[in-house]
Design a protein around this ligand. Structure first.
Ligand code: GLC
Length: 553
């Protein structure tokens, strides 16, 4: 693997990039002056006052903040009027050391560059989900070429025939990860991909395809280069991914039925069914694909199905996954065994199945989307990724988004503690752990996927904070990360109720911990980056139900 950053040729020339630069669209000097004041005191909505409505609309449709200023210096820090944190330079060096090349071109970043670890497993591969924060960091720094290469390489992999034993997987499945094998004698590079056939547990990643679509939109928004998304290959790629999820069958819910371990939580953790992480990513991918799909014969059919699904999906999740004080109280008083259309307790959830902890955990003000909803089963656990993506995609209504942030603030010690952010809360212990995880020694209580704290989630919570106008919360989270992450060599996750201990089996120099930090810093520094990864509310998808107090607060 080549080290350091190579001069990646960009699709747009620098002068073209400047044409798209926000400085001409936004009142840049004003934004800079404003930015000299601490974000602690100011919210994005306040900052946006300097921008006219037309500016903001434009920001949503075509902006391109990426600007290049030499490859060893992050463009973001040179734009600053203040000194960047010393960790930023280390992070960029580490991120560049994780680059993976195929035939001389950068195509992704390796999951972890941990030379001390005896067990490599698959951490020497480029994971699709892990590459997302790396990609955003490169886009924000005005280096889109690697992202384009990645999108095209993974699209090729999608075209492979995928089999597990004698069973053939759907055409649209995207790999969880891939690896480049270098043969120095033959001077050739080959790709090896994993669609679940090598993965522990043999589960195909449902999230990869969604992240791919989300990244394609981020690339398009950031560069203003629509030509990539418009190619027939990308159009087909999107359609194949979505066809897998939009197929009609026995489903009575618009949510996507999944196996355990099909996403970031890629081991048995009782998230089978309709996990919020996948539902939120599904919703976001549908919304991202919608404006990118062409209105040709095949595209049109797909578009129609997307529109219908979005309506049903947002209704279902906003109504049935949402939990706040009022809703919890309603469920607590549910009648059971109701038959027919008039049933209030539609899924026949037995109130006795509500776990004790949730009654104490639920603040008077605040709420969240619970982990899973299916017949007679509500998984009341909190999952960070699904809730943040719900905010970014506007799956959450503005009131719900505000309530999620209220919950994070009210339950800071539980959800953040000393290291942002818990992947899930609370941890499963004792009998539950035995039954639900199958006695997984890696997922013991407050470790790894079972209530562990994952620094990568910092970028998602920062984006959610900016979107909801609460940058001071992100600032607090970033301060915690800056106190430890570099010193601890960028661990993959932390353990313990407060996230105080470096994870039992955590890798060091975990790339997405590094990239997540950079993305969080760059977004806070220049909130206009948010547009790459955030979607405004679609007014047509207003919730029908309005039964809880926090929706109106
Ligand atoms: C672990 C994580 C997964 C991640 C992979 C590579 O398996 O659970 O989400 O993609 O490591 O970092």
């Amino acid at each position: 693997m080549e080290m350091g950053l190579r001069n990646v040729g960009s699709h747009c020339s620098i002068s073209e990039m400047d044409d798209y630069d926000l400085s001409s669209l936004l009142d840049r000097p004003k934004l800079n002056i404003e930015r000299q004041r601490s974000f602690d005191e100011r919210s994005l909505s306040e900052l946006s006052i300097g921008l006219t409505k037309a500016h903001l609309d434009h920001l949503d449709s075509t902006y391109s903040p990426g600007r290049r200023s030499g490859f060893d210096t992050p463009a973001s820090s040179t734009r600053n009027s203040f000194e960047p944190h010393p960790m930023v330079a280390d992070a960029w060096d580490a991120l560049r050391r994780s680059l993976v090349y195929f035939k001389g071109q950068p195509v992704g970043t390796i999951a972890a560059v941990d030379h001390a670890s005896e067990e490599v497993l698959n951490y020497d591969q480029v994971f699709v989900r892990d590459f997302v924060p790396s990609a955003l960091a490169f886009l924000m720094n005005g280096e889109p070429e690697i992202v384009k290469n990645f999108l095209l390489k993974t699209l090729r992999l999608q075209g492979w025939e995928k089999r597990i034993d004698r069973f053939k997987l759907g055409e649209g499945v995207m790999p969880a990860s891939f690896k480049v094998l270098h043969d120095p004698d033959r001077k050739s590079d080959t790709l090896v991909a994993d669609f679940g056939e090598s993965a522990i547990g043999r589960v195909a990643p449902v999230d990869s395809g969604f992240w791919w679509i989300i990244l394609l939109r981020a690339y398009t928004k950031s560069t203003g280069d629509h030509s990539l998304a418009e190619t027939s290959e990308c159009q087909k790629g999107m359609r194949l991914i979505l066809t897998l999820c939009l197929a009609e069958g026995f489903d009575t819910f618009p949510t996507l039925l999944c196996a355990d371990g099909c996403s970031m939580v890629d081991r048995r953790m009782g998230i089978y069914g309709y996990p919020i992480e996948i539902q939120a990513l599904f919703f976001m991918a549908l919304r991202c694909a919608l404006p990118m799909l062409k209105h040709d014969a095949e595209g049109k059919e797909c578009i129609e199905r997307i529109v219908k699904r979005l309506h049903a999906l947002s209704y279902h999740i906003r109504s049935y996954f949402w939990l706040d004080f009022q809703q919890l109280n309603d469920i607590y008083r549910y009648k059971t065994e109701e038959y027919s259309h008039t049933a209030v307790n539609k899924f026949n959830v037995i109130p006795d199945s509500i776990p004790e902890w949730v009654f104490d955990f639920m603040p008077m003000r605040g709420g969240y989307f619970i982990g899973n909803v299916s017949p007679a089963r509500m998984d009341f656990r909190w999952f960070a990724l699904g809730n943040c993506v719900a905010i970014l995609s506007s799956l959450a209504t503005p009131e719900q988004s505000a309530a999620i942030m209220d919950l994070i603030e009210a339950r800071w010690e539980e959800l953040v503690g000393e290291m942002p952010l818990k992947i899930s809360y609370p941890a499963l212990e004792g009998h539950d752990w035995r039954i639900v995880t199958g006695c997984d020694p890696k997922n013991t209580r407050w470790s790894y996927h079972n209530g562990g704290s994952w620094p990568v989630l910092l970028w998602l919570v920062t984006a959610a904070c900016i979107k909801t106008g609460r940058p001071q919360i992100a600032r607090r989270a970033i301060d915690l990360v800056e106190a430890r992450l570099l010193k601890d060599s960028w661990p993959e996750y932390y353990d313990g109720k407060l996230g105080r201990y470096i994870g039992k089996q955590a890798r060091k120099y975990q790339t997405w911990s590094i990239a997540g930090y950079l993305v969080a810093k760059m977004m806070l520094e220049d909130p206009s980056h948010l547009g790459m990864i955030s979607l405004e509310e679609d007014k047509q998808m207003k919730p029908v139900l309005n039964r809880s107090s926090s929706w109106n607060c």
